[in-house]
Design a protein around this ligand. Structure first.
Ligand SMILES: Cc1ncc(COP(=O)(O)O)c(C=O)c1O
Length: 455
């Protein structure tokens, strides 16, 4: 398969044929929302209806063609309908769609391949069909491995919407009503390091990782009953705004966890499988977690997720059955296997590293040139820009975030809003030319919003 399979369909984007959302989008969205409720902010702020995706483009029902800076929601990372992935799924769609948790030829291959690309001895696994289910199984695994029941997670991390996943996260999110009167017993939350908005600082004002680690040590002593099974974190905060921790954070946290007999569980549903330029985001810090979960990019759009623990804990997985209706079905395994092979064959990780660096530098320049761009967040293609009313006070500028999102969408950029932090998740195949195209649409929109607010 030629690496540039997606380029022809990207020629001449954006193609804008109607005002957007166009008349057919408006009609279809109006009809659908008579029945379908609870849409994300992404859709509510820009209700277009998509009918096709190819590579780095999305086409709506009015024929408008957009540059994709969202990959679904960090999902279609190798480009929409990557031919190798689509072919692999359709092969099994025509042969064997489901065989419960029986072994199939394609499951055998996926297990071997995944164990091969993961660091250390992360090679005991189970497959599921959404990120939340993988997270739930990780919580069960941590309990089975340690015989302990408490969990510590971090402010503003996100892990899904089931009871245990929600108990590891914020329970009232924006306009989303509380998931319940309280989190499940034994689940606690602590702040995590955000270099732009640190809780603990050194004398020179920069973030003090040791302050966080010392606080966790004290919290484990004073705030738990001494039965902590796992520390649960996203390696890089996704929904929370693409927040990258300082480089010394994970090595120090792993040391603390080992000292206390606590497992380190990295939820890589969003950050894993190439998005940051490594198979695992944790590889950036040479830390091998005890438990890891994948989703999103794992099947490039086909619902397939995984929960993996290291070999020495493999026997505990027999205590938590992997049986599920859809987990590890042949189509799912084929999508995940093909996606891993594409990452290798197309040298996706090095593309993410080089084009990611180009994007980071371009965003740093925007920070220099624009009074409302307060901070840049970047690891590979996991990207964000924080908008503030004033660079000294760092007051979040959510109104600007919403407007920039809508304006850039109108220019032909399909992307992801998150309040005052602009989030970007371009397909990992993207080259500098199209990265520049998307960033210039964002920069133009930032400039227009600054004018409107009198900057
Ligand atoms: C880090 C993380 N974990 C878990 C989930 C839940 O995954 P899913 O929506 O597939 O259930 C998400 C979803 O955004 C996520 O970002």
């Amino acid at each position: 398969m030629a690496k540039d399979w997606w380029k022809e369909s990207a020629a001449d984007i954006p193609i804008l044929k109607t005002e957007i959302p166009g008349p057919e989008s408006k009609r279809m969205h109006g009809n659908t929302t008579k029945y379908f409720h609870g849409l994300s902010g992404q859709v509510k702020l820009f209700p277009v209806c998509f009918s096709e995706g190819h590579g780095i483009t999305l086409t709506d029902v009015d024929g408008n063609k957009y540059l994709d800076f969202s990959s679904g929601i960090y999902v279609t990372s190798l480009g929409h309908c990557h031919p190798k992935v689509s072919e692999a799924v359709s092969h099994w769609a025509n042969r064997l769609m489901n065989a419960h948790d029986f072994t199939t030829p394609v499951k055998e291959k996926l297990c071997e391949k995944l164990a091969d690309v993961l660091p250390g001895k992360l090679n005991a696994m189970q497959f599921y069909s959404d990120g939340t289910s993988a997270v739930e199984s990780a919580i069960r695994a941590a309990r089975a491995i340690t015989g302990k029941h408490e969990f510590i997670s971090c402010f503003r991390d996100f892990h899904g919407k089931s009871m245990a996943a929600v108990s590891c996260a914020q329970m009232v999110r924006g306009d989303v009503f509380s998931y319940g009167p309280t989190r499940a017993p034994g689940f606690y939350m602590v702040p995590r390091p955000n270099p732009y908005r640190p809780h603990f600082t050194k004398a020179d004002g920069t973030i003090d990782t040791d302050g966080y680690i010392d606080f966790y040590r004290e919290f484990i002593q004073e705030g738990t009953v001494g039965n902590v099974a796992a520390f649960v974190l996203e390696p890089i905060q996704g929904w929370g705004g693409s927040i990258v921790p300082p480089d010394d954070f994970f090595p120090k946290l792993k040391k603390l966890c080992d000292e206390k007999g606590i497992l380190l569980y990295a939820d890589e549903v969003l950050a894993g499988m190439g998005r940051t330029g490594e198979w695992l985001a944790m590889n950036h810090w040479d830390v091998v977690p005890d438990i890891v979960t994948f989703g999103k990019s794992f099947g490039n759009g086909f619902p397939v997720t995984a929960m993996v623990v290291s070999e020495e804990n493999a026997s505990a997985l027999d205590k938590i059955s992997a049986s599920s209706s859809y987990g590890g079905n042949p189509m799912a395994c084929a999508a995940a296997l093909a996606s891993i092979e594409v990452i290798e064959e197309e040298d996706i990780l090095s593309n993410v590293r080089t084009v990611g660096e180009f994007i980071r530098k371009r965003m740093e320049k925007m920070k220099e040139d624009h009074p409302i761009v307060g901070d840049v967040k970047a690891k590979g293609f996991l990207l964000g820009m924080e908008l503030v009313k004033d660079k000294n006070t760092k007051e979040p500028f959510a109104e600007a975030g919403t407007l920039v999102y809508q304006k850039a969408f109108r220019k032909g950029l399909a992307w992801i809003p998150a309040g005052h932090i602009l989030r970007m998740s371009p397909p990992l195949i993207m080259d500098e030319k199209y990265a520049e195209l998307g960033l210039s649409m964002i920069e133009e929109s930032i400039g227009e919003v600054e004018n409107e607010f009198g900057y």
